[in-house]
Design a protein around this ligand. Structure first.
Ligand code: SF4
Ligand code: SF4
Length: 741
């Protein structure tokens, strides 16, 4: 055995043993930490579906390819490094045997070709990502950069290490070509070219020397990369597999989960929500491990994009950093005492609040960060590794609200009103049918008759908010015109509980849900039509966990069906330009994108234009997550940002399909008119049902001439168009909407 052989073997083994030990120690720490988290039994099982999902999302890179350019670059890296494992295996084998090849497949020309092809593609991807990182640098783009707040150096280290891996392996392969020991012939085109052009004519000793240096260097880079990976955001290359495996199905964004709250049998030690990092479930820990700091979530977040302190990426990163800092103490509580006595600098992690009670208070997550979220789901939709940010935020809100009564005070009125009066404004049951005055709207009495197809769930906004009441009338008129047999609950209807749940008051939500489900089951409700996407989402997706399983459709789905069946036939062409705003809880949360557009498509004459942020990339109106009932004092108002985007298109109509979006966008238009930025009457906010109705019978709600009986009646029933609210919420501040004095 030559000296170089001995050096190669000893140095390589040393790197493998030391590097492997450091990597394994860290992985053991991460694994033990995971076991401290709460078990989430609901995430186990259904392995067949999970496996198919894994193949689509991880192996086929489906979600990451949503962003085509960087998606393709990432796919080159992902698939490339899968293939590159075989090259590293060959390198490790070469330490002991210069003629080493992988058993069975190690001489296939196709393998040699694929290895070299992906070497080229990885190099293209590294250059591409370097350009992206320069172009997207926070130094150039400030907060608009999706990398703002990420550990920037880590991204560069990854590219550097990837380049080093590639460079060292290509040199090694070139040397093997020159030695005549590479197990592939022409297939390994790049290696062969390097061997024949760079190392041709080099003496045996020089080749051995270069080979030994680069072999040890390659193994050092592999293990250096391993250590860097388990201590950095690059950990996702391992944790993406379990993280996607335990993601919510059929997709990461979906119904909120919670244990049923049984106050009768609660003990002093029971905790509702998450007040300490260790209260989180294991999927949340996996989320923290897996964040790649890519900032896709941040780039789409309405809060971040309007100057609020909330970035979904930074929430996950801050939780992760806190988890890693507190982790050793969670695994070994005796450490706290030992470190406390010797003044360990990290000891504060044990006493630090997870969420502050006031803006700026020292905590892992700032008060304003937690309460800026609209639960729009854009972050979850964008995240390529299925991190469920909304669940993290809801877990923390549940603790603050239920265990500490700490939340924006103006939302308290909404909670009290729901508990006491069954609606967020405290207007009470007696006003719930005022919207229907003068209309033939049947109210259920006893059980729903067999010949009645739908229960029309009106919703609190639809029944009580002045502008929304007009839409409710329009929907009822359209159902009447189409001959749909339906009933409403009338004064028997209550809030579905969504605003309380999204604020974090799970207990009130569960109370409302149970009462509503009992009522719906007792009257034999089977098919429900709603026009509020929040009612739609809650009854359809969240009531089943409490024993309420109903077939729920949104009014846009029903109207589309009625048009298709010829039961509603638009008559008049409307010569207007219209754009459509996707409500988050209809679109992203439920993937109902086409029916509202189909309702508009059914009407002739309209010029339809899409906003840049539409469908699953739609931008929130600012009302979700109980934000409708809170003040918005930081940054630009979300509804202003959205209406600005719509107004860029110079539309006559901004259509939507949600009472809350309707009010938010209408408020934004009024603000624009008030500030002189928009001429009065230029742009009108409408529900898509009103466009359909306009084509069937011209309605004042769209053309503003007030000559249609139904609209005059609707307006007159409450306050009249444009007048201030008589006894309910209408235009005004968020506090007014919340029923605050
Ligand atoms: S749910 Fe929406 S508002 Fe909340 S963090 Fe995600 S993107 Fe931002
Ligand atoms: S949470 Fe997801 S989208 Fe956001 S930075 Fe992390 S990996 Fe990227």
């Amino acid at each position: 055995m030559h000296t170089l052989d001995i050096i190669r073997i000893v140095a390589s083994l040393l790197v493998i043993i030391v590097g492997g030990a450091i990597g394994a120690r860290r992985m053991w720490f991460l694994f033990r930490l995971l076991r401290v988290a709460k078990p989430m039994p609901e995430r186990w099982g259904g392995w067949g579906k999970k496996l198919r999902y894994q193949l689509r999302h991880v192996v086929a890179q489906e979600k990451i390819l949503q962003w085509t350019g960087v998606g393709i670059l990432h796919a080159f890296i992902f698939w490339g490094f899968m293939i590159a494992q075989s090259q590293s295996l060959e390198a490790i084998g070469e330490v002991f045997d210069p003629d080493f090849h992988i058993p069975l497949i190690g001489r296939w020309e196709i393998l040699g070709f694929t290895q070299d092809l992906f070497s080229v593609l990885i190099m293209v991807a590294i250059i591409g990502f370097a350009i992206v990182r320069f172009a997207q640098s926070p130094r150039i783009r400030g907060k608009q950069s999706r990398f703002a707040g990420s550990y920037l150096s880590h991204g560069w280290y990854v590219l550097l290490l990837e380049f080093a891996l590639l460079y060292t392996v290509l040199v090694l392969r070139g040397v093997r070509v020159a030695h005549g020991t590479l197990p592939y012939e022409r297939g390994a085109f790049l290696s062969r070219w390097i061997g024949e052009n760079v190392f041709a004519g080099m003496g045996e000793f020089q080749l051995d020397l270069v080979g030994t240096v680069f072999l040890v260097a390659h193994i050092a880079v592999i293990f250096g990369f391993l250590i860097f990976t388990v201590y950095s955001k690059h950990l996702h290359i391992f944790t993406i597999f379990p993280n996607v495996l335990f993601a919510r199905l059929p997709k990461a964004l979906g119904p909120l989960e919670s244990e049923k709250i049984d106050v009768e049998n609660m003990s002093e030690d029971d905790v509702l929500g998450v007040g300490q990092i260790e209260h989180f479930g294991f999927k949340r820990f996996l989320d923290m491990y897996t964040c790649t700091e890519c900032g896709r979530c941040q780039s789409q977040c309405p809060a971040w994009n309007t100057g609020k302190p909330l970035s979904p990426k930074l929430v996950i990163m801050d939780l992760r950093d806190h988890l890693y800092a507190k982790g050793p103490y969670m695994l070994d509580p005796s450490l706290a005492e030992a470190n406390g006595s010797n003044g360990h600098e990290n000891i504060d992690v044990l006493n630090m609040k997870l969420v502050g009670d006031a803006p700026g208070e020292e905590s892992v997550i700032d008060f304003d960060v937690l309460w800026s979220c609209t639960t729009c789901g854009a972050c979850v939709e964008e995240c390529p590794v299925d991190i469920e940010h909304v669940d993290h935020i809801m877990d923390m809100r549940r603790y603050k609200v239920q265990m500490e009564s700490s939340f924006p005070t103006e939302a308290g009125g909404m909670l009290r009103n729901i508990e006491n009066s069954g609606d967020p404004w405290g207007l009470g049951q007696s006003k719930r049918m005022e919207w229907a005055e003068g209309l033939d709207v049947p109210v259920v009495n006893g059980t729903i008759p067999d010949d009645v197809e739908y229960l029309f769930w009106v919703g609190c906004a639809g029944a009580l908010e002045d502008r929304s009441k007009k839409v409710t009338r329009t929907v009822a008129e359209l159902l009447n015109k189409a001959g749909v047999k339906y009933v409403v609950l009338g004064q028997g209807e209550s809030c579905n509980g969504d605003p309380a749940r999204r604020l974090g008051m799970e207990y009130v939500f569960q109370m409302m849900a149970q009462a509503n489900i009992e009522l719906l089951n007792s009257i034999g409700a089977k098919k429900i039509v709603t026009w509020c996407p929040h009612c739609f989402n809650t009854i359809k997706n969240e009531y089943p966990a409490f024993g309420g399983t109903f077939e729920v459709v949104h009014h846009t789905q029903l109207l589309t069906k009625l048009v298709q069946e010829g039961r509603l036939t638009p008559q008049t062409a409307i010569d207007k330009k219209v754009t459509y705003h996707d409500p988050c809880y209809l679109g992203r949360h439920n993937e109902v994108y086409d029916p509202p557009r189909a309702v508009v498509d059914a009407v002739a004459g309209l010029e339809k234009v899409e906003m840049p942020r539409c469908r699953n990339h739609g931008f929130c109106c600012g009302a979700g997550g109980a934000r409708f009932y809170m003040e918005e004092t930081i940054g630009k108002r979300v509804n202003h940002e959205r209406i600005d985007e719509a107004l860029e298109l110079e539309p006559d109509l901004v259509s939507t399909a949600c009472p809350f979006c309707f009010v938010m966008l209408d408020d934004a238009v009024s603000d624009k008119v008030g500030s002189g930025a928009l001429a009065e009457g230029t742009t009108k906010v409408v529900d898509v049902s009103q466009i359909l109705a306009e084509s069937l019978l011209p309605l004042a709600s769209i053309n503003g001439d007030g000559d249609h009986k139904s609209v005059n009646v609707a307006a007159g029933a409450a306050t009249g168009p444009g007048s201030p609210p008589a006894d309910g919420p209408d235009e005004g501040s968020h506090a007014e909407r919340a029923g605050q004095p």
